[in-house]
Design a binder for this molecule. Structure first.
Ligand code: ZN
Length: 85
């Protein structure tokens, strides 16, 4: 079972929170990152699953499909970028 998140869609963003309930997380290549956690907890802010506020269920990165207006999310910082010129 997987869920889609439209990264540019506020209503989608509001459904999903980091393990500590913040909404300003950002996707990275294999996990997520939360600047609020990084700032407040003195941790690196990295986490591996988003919590759906409505159901309380946690979805791992692998079970989430992240969509942008240009298509599926890809981390441009990835070393595995395809078609680089
Ligand atoms: Zn957080």
């Amino acid at each position: 079972m997987s869920e889609e998140i439209r990264l540019e869609d506020e209503s989608d963003r509001w459904k999903w929170v980091c393990p500590n309930g913040h909404r300003n997380w950002e996707p990275t290549n294999n996990h997520f990152w939360c600047p609020s956690c990084a700032r407040h907890l003195g941790a690196d802010g990295v986490f591996h699953g988003l919590r759906n506020k409505a159901t309380g269920e946690v979805y791992e990165r692998d079970n989430l499909r992240l969509l942008t207006p240009a298509g599926p999310y890809q981390d441009l910082r990835s070393d595995h970028r395809e078609g680089s010129a």
